[in-house]
Design a protein around this ligand. Structure first.
Ligand code: SF4
Ligand code: SF4
Length: 110
């Protein structure tokens, strides 16, 4: 099946995933968490983030690796909650959660 790419002329890039309108289901801003001591600065999360919202910071962890951070001018609302950074990180150092969902999960655990 061929999907039509909804090309946003202002942004000069296609929405990701191209066939899903994220605004239809995105209700709360996700939060990106990093476990600093696990990161080895492989840059996978930075290079493969479809929204390109991550970059290396000048901060380093105990092993001397530079840690990813949100780019200047970006905030959590720019995250598509695609979880791709989470899936691709070989060190399980980064993950994404929506606060409301997290609270619901905690309630269910009680
Ligand atoms: S969840 Fe997706 S959009 Fe958000 S930071 Fe990770 S890769 Fe980027
Ligand atoms: S993918 Fe994981 S290990 Fe690699 S830079 Fe990102 S957080 Fe660090």
């Amino acid at each position: 099946m061929n999907y039509t790419v909804d090309y946003d002329k202002k942004k000069k890039k296609a929405e990701w995933p191209a066939f899903i309108n994220i605004s239809e289901w995105k209700q709360e801003h996700p939060v990106i968490y990093l476990i600093p001591e696990r990161c080895k600065a492989c840059s996978f999360c930075i290079n493969y983030c479809p929204e390109q919202i991550l970059e290396f910071s000048s901060d380093i962890n105990q092993k001397g690796y530079h840690l990813p951070k949100l780019k200047e001018g970006k905030d959590f609302s720019n995250c598509a909650e695609c979880h791709f950074c989470e899936l691709i990180c070989p060190e399980f150092a980064i993950f994404v959660k929506v606060p409301e969902k997290q609270e619901e999960e905690e309630k269910q655990d009680e």
